[in-house]
Design a protein around this ligand. Structure first.
Ligand code: Z2T
Length: 825
């Protein structure tokens, strides 16, 4: 299905024209950046025709709409993905070749839109892709941060954060929509006025600061189905005209304040993954995009519907973690204060419109806001939350008479804090976890009291990933090979990929499969040489751990094991050892000192190991700088081993694990998150599982009894590894890694020795690593294992996840879009 617009000659002419009127240049004179812009505008032009058709189809068919509310959308580059989804990649590639332009080089010109931290933000991006591909009407709602996730530079082995000015050159795939601007109000106070006419109190918000929210729309192109949905991200600007409020008139100071407030709100993404940042500005960001998005949703609904009490029939808001949870109170506010509903009617609508996804059980990530801050910044919203809380507490009392423990544990407001998860659960009609194990832990541990009181709300939605970015685009050779063998259906129905199982014992097929892996390893080796200056051997095992740096993800276990292997090789130079390249990629939150120290440690170990001629190049350690969506695509395609080694119970799901599996890399991991389901699909024999179970870990946490010092004292090899952290082996500064050392043992500087059970799982991990090595040595066995991982990955498509959300939570209507006459022209 090739679009008319991508007729090669028309396309080439359009690119030339764009270069001419954008830059007043001839094609031959244009820079790569200018070519990228010119090509992107040509592509955007085609997208806009489909976008208009989609809007028309939606207007005619009036489907229910999901608003996916998220502080993060980690989109990755758009150009290549859009071309693929338009079904025009091949055609455009050829057309560009004829112009002497390399499409890969062109794609590399695009900045990664990195409006997210990691898993949560990338999940939102995969969901948008699946929603458009499956034909559902959906909006992503978020913030247009001027600076996204920081760029990571490694200087002297340390992480340095560099601002990500992704908008600097102008981003071609966005559309400013000033006509849909909304106002958002902060601060001030609430005046209560008795309304004679209705006999009701009116709540009037006054003395606030106002900010204008201006939407920018990004097209979300469905796969070869003419559908283009919208990611709507909000920019902030000062209200240029003030004076509707006498308080504002001619108030210069206030004008400047509003200017600054607007600039601040959308300035930068908070770079925390799995940690709450209790900053006032973060709360402002949350309310800013929530209020603007809900206003826009109500406005859109009212254009074609007249009964606001039926909003839930056409609208559902999915809250991506608790970050947008004030959506609950904001919707109540708009329904009551603007639409004139009473409390009960507003509550009936709200509780049918909002649903909540939980993404973590890490205590430090749970959002709690001080009452003082919350009520000062959002006085009316706070008032509504107080009333929700008051009514909920009565319900709890009715259900558990005299049980004050329950109130203490379940109240939305308690101990001077607003607990956002409690608000989300009380108001939401659905509460879901992101992998089976995670949902069970929510039900039986973290949210036990809520589950007991309202079990019908709880459900699981195991995460997924889009095969279109992470296989069709990221691993084009493998994608072509798969299509050759089983046809193209897997692209929109990943369950079809199981048809590859018939090749599990086909030697020719296995050869080809592993040849493609080898080519991908060569491609990554080239990238590593160019970007990190390290030479790696594509014949070695590529053992990869790429994800945010966090202690619970245990990059430290991985690097301590590398040290252990290094010691072994030095001690027994004659021992058999299959060459291994340990590849790391990870950003640490800028304020997370220990995480940053672990990055330094990895780089120090790399320095020593990579430059020790006595180990004959058997181990290489590489830290890939600035891990992000674009290089992730190369990395997954080239991986042999997928390191998924979190402390059991801590990783809610993981999604990198699925991307490795899809690309034929077996999992070396704990029984945590979605790893459990991966093993279930691929079979124990095609994964390398180790370590304590979630039950064991939780049991230790609840009852104590775990003692890393015992392991240290009784296992000389582990002790040696730890000693090397503080004896100058990896840094002449023996204090450099003292904190890491201390964190693992019961020293005077450590309150919770080895909180993440690194020593506890070390031997089990080392033994699993041995199994990896012997499996890899058996070439045929490994090839079969790798192929079966790809063949069994069908469950982990975000298409499957989205269909489950639709069936169980959102109940959306499927839409079809046919191309209009205008677009054919
Ligand atoms: C995040 O990426 C995740 C959870 C968070 O909890 C916050 C962020 Cl920024 C508040 C991750 C989980 O750690 C990961 O296990 C999961 O796969 C991912 O969200 C998507 O659900």
């Amino acid at each position: 299905m090739i679009d008319k617009q991508f007729d090669k000659e028309t396309f080439k002419k359009s690119v030339k024209d764009n270069v001419k009127f954008l830059y007043r240049r001839k094609l031959e004179e244009a820079t790569q950046e200018q070519l990228f812009q010119a090509v992107s505008y040509t592509v955007k032009d085609v997208i806009i025709d489909n976008w208009l058709d989609t809007q028309n189809a939606y207007e005619e068919q009036d489907p229910k709409i999901v608003y996916y509310m998220s502080m993060e959308f980690l989109m990755g580059r758009a150009l290549g993905n859009n071309l693929l989804n338009l079904g025009a990649y091949g055609e455009v590639k050829e057309a560009l070749e004829e112009l002497g332009i390399d499409i890969n080089a062109l794609e590399d010109q695009e900045p990664d839109p990195a409006l997210g931290n990691g898993g949560l933000g990338r999940l939102a991006a995969c969901f948008l892709d699946s929603l458009a591909t499956l034909g559902y009407s959906a909006y992503g709602c978020g913030i247009r941060y001027r600076y996204g996730m920081f760029k990571q530079e490694i200087r002297d082995g340390y992480q340095v954060e560099v601002p990500d000015a992704w908008l600097e050159e102008g981003y071609p795939f966005e559309l400013r929509r000033p006509e849909y601007a909304k106002e958002v109000h902060f601060g001030g106070y609430v005046r209560v006025e008795y309304d004679q006419a209705t006999g009701q109190n009116k709540f009037i918000h006054e003395g606030y600061q106002a900010v204008k929210a201006i939407p920018y729309d990004m097209p979300i192109v469905g796969y070869e189905n003419n559908i283009v949905n919208t990611l709507r991200i909000w920019d902030a600007a000062a209200i240029e005209e003030f004076g509707f409020d006498s308080f504002d008139k001619g108030d210069y100071k206030k004008a400047v304040e509003q200017e600054n407030l607007a600039k601040d709100i959308v300035n930068v993404l908070y770079p925390n993954d799995n940690k709450m940042s209790g900053k006032e500005l973060r709360l402002k960001q949350q309310y800013f995009f929530v209020s603007a998005s809900i206003q826009a949703a109500i406005e859109k609904y009212k254009k074609t519907h007249n009964d606001i009490k039926k909003l839930h029939e056409k609208v559902v808001f999915q809250m991506n973690d608790t970050h947008p949870t004030m959506a609950v109170a904001e919707l109540m506010r708009l329904l009551m204060d603007q639409e004139g509903l009473g409390w009960d009617d507003a509550w009936a609508v709200t509780t049918k419109c909002v649903a909540y996804t939980n993404h973590t059980i890490m205590a430090e990530a749970l959002e709690k806001w001080p009452i003082e801050l919350f009520s000062r910044l959002l006085p009316r919203v706070y008032q509504i939350i107080e009333e929700i809380n008051r009514r909920f507490i009565i319900e709890v009392q009715n259900r558990y008479p005299g049980n004050y423990e329950k109130i203490k544990k379940m109240a939305i407001i308690y101990d001077g804090q607003v607990k956002m998860a409690h608000l989300a659960i009380v108001a939401g009609f659905s509460v879901n976890g992101v992998a089976r194990l995670h949902t069970e832990i929510l039900k039986n541990q973290e949210l036990k009291d809520f589950y007991e009181m309202m079990p019908e709300k709880f459900n699981n939605k195991t995460n997924g990933i889009t095969q279109r970015r992470f296989l069709l685009h990221g691993n084009q050779n493998l994608a072509a090979w798969i299509t050759d063998h089983i046809g193209p259906d897997w692209i929109t129905d990943l369950s079809q990929i199981s048809k590859l199982k018939v090749y599990a014992d086909d030697e020719k097929a296995l050869q080809e499969f592993m040849n493609i892996k080898f080519q991908n390893k060569q491609r990554l080796a080239k990238y590593i040489l160019e970007h990190n200056g390290v030479e790696v051997d594509p014949h070695s095992i590529f053992d990869v751990q790429v994800k945010r740096l966090h202690e619970y993800k245990r990059q430290l276990l991985n690097i301590l094991h590398v040290i252990y292997l290094y010691n072994q090789i030095k001690l027994h130079p004659e021992m058999e050892f299959y060459p291994r390249t340990f590849i790391f990629g990870a950003k640490a939150s800028a304020a997370y000192e220990r995480a940053k120290k672990i990055i330094k440690l990895i780089n120090c170990v790399a320095d020593v190991v990579n430059n020790d001629p006595s180990i004959g190049g058997k181990i290489k350690v590489v830290f890939i700088e600035n891990y992000r969506v674009s290089n992730a695509e190369l990395i997954f395609a080239a991986a042999d081993v997928s390191e998924q080694i979190s402390t059991a119970s801590k990783e809610a799901s993981g999604t990198g694990n699925m991307k490795f599996m899809l690309n034929g890399a077996p999992t070396l991991g704990t029984m945590d998150g979605a790893n459990v389901e991966i093993v279930e699909e691929v079979g124990q024999e095609n994964a390398f599982i180790f370590g304590m179970s979630a039950d064991q870990i939780i049991n230790y946490e609840n009852h104590g009894g775990y003692d890393p010092d015992f392991i240290y004292n009784t296992d000389a090899e582990i002790r040696q590894v730890l000693m090397q952290l503080i004896n100058g082996t990896f840094s002449s500064d023996t204090e450099l890694f003292r904190d890491i050392y201390d964190s693992l043992l019961n020293t005077k500087n450590c309150s919770r020795a080895d909180q993440y059970f690194i020593l506890g799982d070390f031997r089990s991990y080392a033994e699993a690593q041995k199994r990896v090595e012997s499996a890899y040595k058996d070439e045929k066995k490994w090839a079969k294992m790798a192929l079966l991982n790809t063949a069994c990955s069908g469950k982990f498509s975000s298409d499957r996840t989205i269909q489950e959300y639709v069936d169980d939570i959102w109940h959306l209507d499927k839409v079809t879009v046919t191309k209009s006459e205008a677009a054919e022209k």
